[in-house]
Design a protein around this ligand. Structure first.
Ligand code: GCW
Length: 665
C-alpha cells in the first residue's frame, strides 16, 4: 500500500517540497518496482504527484503497459555497490531510470529527480551512481520535553516550540513530524536525536518509562529512512535505576544499561543510539568516578552493540568555571587535551562528536585540531544550524560556506584528506521548531537544506546547493527572483562576520542569551572566552612560543602557519595572536582600520540585502515575504547596534581615529 504523503497543517510552509516541485514527475507515466516499506513511501509520493498533475503511477508491472517515462526500481543484485542508501540515475531512449539496492536509496533517488526538475526527463544522461560520503547524517534537537525555566522548550531554539514535545509530553498528532522527516529525507539526512543533550529530569525518563513516546516519534520518521536517537544522562543508573553509582566500570551499572538498552530496542527495533554530553557544562560523566571518557563511551557502546546501536559521545568538554585571571587555561585547548590521548581507545560503535571549531560555534573559528588528531577514532563533525551566535534567525546568515570551509579543510595540509573525508558522520544542531516557516526566518531554511546536502557530499559546492534550495523552494522562478535570493543569502555569513566580532576573536555577545553586542560581556567570565583588548592591542596569544600553546595542537603545516602573525590568515589573526591596533594585515589595512571598515561595510550590506528583499515582494508568497521583511528591519537595527558599539569601543580604547572620519560615538 502506498504511504500517503503527509498533509501539512493549514498555514505551514512547504519549505523545499512545495507540491509544484513534483509537477515534472507527476505529469508522466511512472513505474515503481520493488517491495518494502520505503518503496511504499516512494510509491505514495509518486501516486500523489501523478494524481495532482495528471500522470500515471504504476506499481510493479502494469499489465500490457510497458511504456513508462520513468522507472524507479529496487534491484536484488548490487553491481554498483549502492548498498542501502545509494542509487543510480540514467536517462536513455527517452526513459529515466532510478535504480537502488535499498529502499532508502530509492527514496533518495526520487528526490534526486525532483531536484533535477524537468531536466531529469529531457536530456539523455549516462548512468551516474550517487552515494552518501558519511554514513551518518544527523540533526540533533536541543528540545526539552518540559519547558525549562531558563532555556524554554527548545534550548537555543529560534523557531517557536518543539516539533516533538508539547505540554510536557510527546505531541499526540505527529503528522507534522512526518512532514519534517520527509523534508529531511529530501536533503539526505538519516538520523534525528529528539531531545536536548542537557538532559533534565523529565527528559531522563524518555530512556525508560517514557520510551513509548520516543517510539511514536520513531514510527513517524521511519518511513523516511530516519533512525531515531536519544540524548541520555550519564547518571541514568542513579537517577532512574536507583543504583548508588554510575561508575562505568561497575558491573551493576553495566548490567543496568544493558537492560535499559534491551528495553529500548523492544520498543524501537531500529533505534539509532545515544547522544551523550558528559562532564560538560555541569552534566554528569565518568570523571566523577575517576574514569576516562573512553571508559564512559565504551560502556554505553557495549550496551548498544548487540542491537546495532551507536553512541555519539560529545567532545565539548572544558572548564566552564575558569578564573579569568588564570592565563594558563585556554578553553580552545580543552577538547584536544581531553580526547586526543584517547585515540584508538573508543569502541567500534562509539563516535566522537566534535564541534567544528575549538570554541563554540562562533562566526569564525579555526577547524578543531581534534579532527586531525584521532585517526583511530570514528568522528562526527558537529555544526550549529540553529543560529545561537549568528543572529538567532532574526539575521540572515547562510552558513553553507562556513561549514564547507571546515569540511574541506585538510588537517595534514595539501596532500592529506579533507575533514569531510575523515568524518564518519555530520551532525547539525537543528534550527527547526513548530513555527509556520519551520525556522523563524524563512531564509534560514536554507541552512538546514544546505547542511543535509553537505552531509551527503561534504565537498559539494555550497553555492550550487543554495541554487538547488532556491529552485525547489521558490519553484521555476524568474531569474530576477533567483538572483535576488542569491544576493541576499550567498554573502550573508561574511556580512554577519563583518558587523560582529572581528578577525576570529569571537563572542562579544550579550551573556546568557547570546544575542546582540556586548564587547566585554564575557571578558571577566568563568566561561573562558576572552579578547584581552587594552589600549595597545587585542587578541588571544595562542602561539606555542609566547601564548597558550594551542597552535601546537595542529599538525604540519598548520601549527607553523598559525604560530606566527606573519603567516596566520587575517580572518583568524585575533584568534591566534594579540597584536597592536596598528598591526598591518595581509590585506594592507591596520587591524583598527579593518575593524572600522568592516563594521561600516557590514551595515551597508544589510541595507542592500533588505532593499533586495523588498524588491522581491511581488514574486514571493506574501506571508513569507512579510516575515522576511520584518526580520530584515530587526537585522538592520541589530547590525547598526553592533557597528556602533564595536567601533566606539575600539575608538575609545585605542584613541586611533577612523581614517575616513566617519561617525563613531
Ligand atoms: O553553545 C553552547 C550553548 C548551550 C549548549 C552547549 C552544548 C546544549 O550555549 O546551550 O547546550 O553549547 O553544545 O552542549
Amino acid at each position: 500500500m502506498p504511504l500517503p504523503v503527509p498533509v501539512l497543517p493549514e498555514g505551514v510552509d512547504p519549505a523545499w517540497l512545495p507540491p509544484e516541485a513534483f509537477r515534472p514527475l507527476g505529469s508522466r507515466r511512472v513505474l515503481v518496482r520493488g517491495s518494502g516499506p520505503l518503496v511504499e513511501t516512494v510509491h505514495g509520493e509518486v501516486a500523489e504527484a501523478c494524481a495532482r498533475f495528471g500522470g500515471r503511477a504504476v506499481r510493479e508491472d502494469g499489465p500490457g503497459d510497458t511504456e513508462y517515462d520513468v522507472v524507479l526500481e529496487l534491484t536484488d543484485d548490487d553491481p554498483d555497490r549502492l548498498e542501502e542508501e545509494g542509487y543510480t540515475y540514467l536517462r536513455e531512449d527517452g526513459r529515466t531510470t532510478v535504480t537502488a539496492a535499498g529502499g532508502a536509496g530509492l527514496l533518495y533517488g526520487l528526490f534526486h529527480l525532483v531536484r533535477l526538475d524537468e531536466t531529469a526527463f529531457r536530456r539523455e544522461r549516462r548512468k551516474e551512481a550517487h552515494r552518501p560520503t558519511p554514513a551518518l547524517r544527523m540533526v540533533d534537537h536541543w528540545d526539552n520535553v518540559a519547558v525549562h525555566p531558563v532555556m524554554g522548550q527548545v534550548e537555543r531554539g529560534y523557531a517557536g516550540g518543539s516539533l516533538f514535545w508539547e505540554d510536557g509530553r510527546a505531541r499526540g498528532d505527529l503528522e507534522r513530524v512526518r512532514a519534517y522527516g520527509r523534508l529531511l529525507a529530501a536533503c539526505g539526512i538519516n538520523a534525528v536525536a529528539v531531545n536536548n543533550v542537557n538532559v533534565h529530569e523529565t527528559e531522563a525518563h524518555l530512556l525508560t518509562d517514557r520510551i513509548g513516546e520516543v517510539a511514536a516519534i520513531a514510527d513517524a520518521l521511519r518511513p523516511y529512512g530516519i533512525r531515531t536517537h536519544l540524548s541520555v544522562t550519564f547518571a541514568a543508573p542513579v537517577v532512574l535505576g536507583g543504583l548508588p553509582t554510575a561508575d562505568p566500570l561497575d558491573e551493576a551499572v553495566r548490567e543496568w544499561w544493558a537492560g535499559a538498552v534491551r528495553d529500548v530496542y523492544g520498543a524501537i527495533g531500529d533505534f539509532g543510539g545515544f547522544v551523550v554530553k558528559a562532564d560538560s557544562e555541569g552534566q554528569p560523566g565518568p570523571f566523577s568516578y575517576g574514569r576516562s571518557h573512553a571508559d564512559g563511551a565504551n560502556m554505553l557502546a557495549a550496551a548498544l552493540a548487540p542491537h546495532g546501536g551507536t553512541v555519539h559521545w560529545r567532545a565539548f568538554v572544558y572548564n566552564h568555571t575558569q578564573d579569568w585571571r588564570d592565563r594558563s587555561t585556554d578553553r580552545a585547548r580543552a577538547a584536544y587535551e581531553h580526547f586526543a590521548p584517547l585515540d584508538g581507545e573508543f569502541a567500534a560503535n562509539a563516535v566522537l562528536q566534535v564541534k567544528h571549531g575549538p570554541m563554540d560555534f562562533q562566526v569564525r573559528e579555526p577547524v578543531s585540531p581534534v579532527l586531525g588528531a584521532m585517526p583511530h577514532t570514528r568522528l562526527a563533525v558537529e555544526v550549529q544550524a540553529t543560529q545561537e551566535y549568528t543572529g538567532q534567525q532574526r539575521h540572515v546568515c547562510w552558513l553553507g560556506p562556513m561549514w564547507s570551509e571546515a569540511l574541506r579543510f585538510r588537517p595534514e595540509g595539501e596532500r592529506g584528506p579533507q575533514v569531510g573525508e575523515l568524518a564518519d558522520g555530520l551532525v547539525a544542531v537543528s534550527n527547526v521548531g513548530d513555527d509556520p516557516f519551520w525556522t523563524g526566518h524563512p531564509l534560514a531554511q536554507a541552512n538546514l537544506y544546505t547542511f543535509g546536502r553537505l552531509a551527503w557530499q561534504p565537498d559539494a559546492d555550497p553555492h550550487r546547493l543554495l541554487d538547488e534550495w532556491i529552485g525547489l523552494t521558490f519553484g521555476p522562478a524568474p531569474e530576477h527572483l533567483a538572483a535576488g535570493l542569491r544576493a541576499a543569502l550567498s554573502g550573508s555569513w561574511r556580512t554577519y562576520e563583518k558587523y560582529t566580532a572581528p578577525l576570529g576573536v569571537g563572542f562579544m555577545v550579550q551573556p546568557g542569551h547570546h544575542y546582540g553586542p556586548s564587547v566585554d560581556g564575557y571578558e571577566y567570565s568563568p566561561w573562558g572566552t576572552y579578547h584581552f583588548a587594552d589600549r595597545d592591542g587585542i587578541g588571544v596569544d595562542r602561539s606555542a612560543a609566547t601564548g597558550t600553546g594551542y597552535a601546537a595542537q595542529y599538525g604540519k603545516p598548520w601549527a607553523e602557519v598559525y604560530e606566527s602573525p606573519d603567516t596566520c590568515p587575517d580572518e583568524l589573526l585575533l584568534f591566534f595572536h594579540h597584536v597592536p591596533y596598528e598591526h598591518v594585515l595581509h590585506s594592507g589595512k591596520t587591524v583598527i582600520q579593518h575593524i572600522y571598515d568592516t563594521h561600516f561595510e557590514g551595515v551597508a550590506e544589510v541595507e542592500e540585502a533588505r532593499r533586495v528583499w523588498a524588491g522581491l515582494a511581488d514574486l514571493v508568497d506574501p506571508a513569507r515575504h512579510a516575515r522576511g521583511a520584518e526580520r530584515y528591519e530587526e537585522q538592520l537595527r541589530g547590525a547598526r547596534e553592533w557597528r556602533d558599539q564595536i567601533n566606539s569601543y575600539f575608538l575609545r580604547k585605542s584613541g586611533i581615529p577612523d581614517r575616513q572620519g566617519r561617525r563613531i560615538y
